[in-house]
Design a protein. Sequence first.
Lengths: 230, 576
Amino acid sequence: MSGVVDVSARIPAKLTFWQRLYLPEIFRGMAVTFRHLVRNIVSPGRMPTIQYPEQKRNYSARFRGKHILKEREDGTLKCVACYMCAQACPAECITIVAGEHPKIAYEKYPVVFDIDMMRCVFCGFCVDACPKDAIWMTRNYEMAFFTREEAVFSIDRLRETKAEIDAHGYGYRPYYPGDGTTPPTDASRLPVVPGSGERDALRQAGVALPNRHVGAGPLNATSQAAKFTA
Amino acid sequence: MTIATEPALSASAERLRGRLAGSPLAARCEVTDRDLPTIEVAPDAWPALARFLRDDPECRYDLFIDLFGVDNLRRAGQKTRFETIVHLHSLPRNEHVRVKIPLTDEKKPALPTASDVYPAANWFEREAFDLYGFDFTGHPDLRRILCHDAFVGHALRKDYAPGQRWFFAEEDMVAPEWATQTDERAGHFETQTISIGPSHPATHGIIHLIARLEGEKIIRAETNIGYLHRCFEKMSETHQWNQIIPYCDRLNYVSAMINGVGFVRTAEKMLGVEVPDRGVLVRTILSEFSRVMDHCVCIGANLVDIGALSNFIYLYQNRENIYDLIEACCGARLTVSYVRVGGLAIDVPDDFVPRCRSLLESIPLFLADVEKLVNNNRIVRQRLQGTGVVTREQAIAWGLTGPMLRASGVPYDVRREKPYDFYDRFDWDVPISNDGDNFARYLVRLEEIRQSLKIIRQALDILPANGPVSSDDWRVVLPPKDAVYHDMESLIYHFKLVMEGIRVPPGERYEWIEGGNGELGFHAISDGRGGPYRLRVRPPCFANMQAFQKMVIGGTVSDAVATLGTLNVIAGELDR
């Protein structure tokens, strides 16, 4: 249950003579600031300020920084160009153009996968939306650009590299081992059994296969992909 | 335990119907019972109804909450294309009422102003004029407020295409007429008009105050806002329900968590989805921590403005520690995006409870330091006591809510008056003051921080140690990843949710919570698509800022700076 408390009634509205004299209160105040000063000198580790960029803030394993595209064990991207991250993105910063993979087992792959880091709001919705565990985030927050073009990261800058993970570490991801949730067994981690060009063989044999070249995805990806298909 | 359900409203609707039946307005209005008692009234009868609702001893709807427009162009089954919706609150009776005013003339929508009955309606009517083109006849100053003066069209109308680019120059701004005139009277040693802002360190954001000075005294003032307008409401109409959450974070960016909670509660009520206790309590805990941050920023920045820097550092240290906790939960410090419709994005980390408890220990230490420095300091007292005074009557008339209203002696706190979530189980007090000056607002905020910590302590005590934080309704919440990777049915739910969004049943609903600065309400209209048809946010700052130009008159420029600090205007929320 909640009541009401009058805060002004607790504090005398008028200052006492000693308080009006000003100097005693000033010394009392300086005692507070001096205590903080001494404590900060004695134990500088307690200070909340850090000397960036020499010293960097320690972020949690959930930090939402630069994205990475995860790979299968054979080095291909896990991404199947389903456009779900592009659709989930509230800032509409992901551009995907899907292609037909020569290996029939892989079916689709992203020919273009661009993230405009200037538009991105780092909300992590793409990570939540991915059904293939293909996009994660890292703790890398140092992305500065000189031009707008530079800020559009393509697959070569998004693909996971060991150097980047060693330097920054993984950030926001769909699940957290040791975090209270059981990590799911990740089916998309393993390489898909290679199809060794069956589709091409079938085409050469004259089998009518549906043309599954996908130029643009649904909804908001359409406008962005238009410039690539034109 | 589930989210508290509101009591049946039919009694108040019934009473309203009875009171209206005895008045000459009976033929012009129709009372229905929805999520709130709703009165539908013809435009020309609206001022009379407003006066009746305010003055009738059985109604007493004295606090003006919100006024906004709706464009029904793409919504089936509506009588008129345009309508105006007004929300009022009755402090003596503690209930909300909604007034709907369908505007019959589609080409030139017009209705009489109510700003003479409710002075707070002034800016809200200007906003409806700006974004919908409603002509409020008799309005004293009907100009654009959020969009630039040279803007053409009305941005929230459904036939206004979003994505157009406009380029405006400073010269296109229309200065108020009195600001361009010189007023030289005999015996005056100096009269001048000055601009404070838009980019001024004391405005904490981009706010423009034009002030006419007589010596050092402000004799006339006007605030220009809208510099940070980024079409939150228009953007909401083109996004899915969950996609709006990152936009909500940027409303009041000082206490981002509270905005998200307010928004998803509206959607959850419309869906009828229940959030598990653990999810609700984590939301409550982080919301209260956000409120602590909000008040720390307000007090700290306000004291910096009047020259006391150390407090700023001590209070911001609290904020820094709370940000660390929030970042550990959701991965971002400022723009949290942690809530989802139906629960939370992910569970809190393992060490959540001990971290909260250590914060509960450390925050009061800094508050004690601030109190030692400030409370009996003669300079602070002289700068804050007796300046920016708002009386109880003025505060109600100007539609103030939150700490502003409580510092003027009205104990209106949504957490107490309409306890949502678990607030009715906690033992805490609403701090008020009867002075209504800047010092009272400082004291109220300081005490509110302590009360918030009290609430957090009790919430931690009843927080279930484990369990789900989100609903298991897969039409609303994404299924667990393990299921999505392996199970076809889960993948289908996942796909439908991501691609189409949450299908909220058609209808409309207003849900309000206590934000950092007052009543933060979200009025959502759904037409059954994946996103809202119209989303109105009731920003507490907007009404507070409206009062500013009246509060500063008679004071000095330095008083205006101190007053602006205690208003705690967050431009992201003010301009949306």
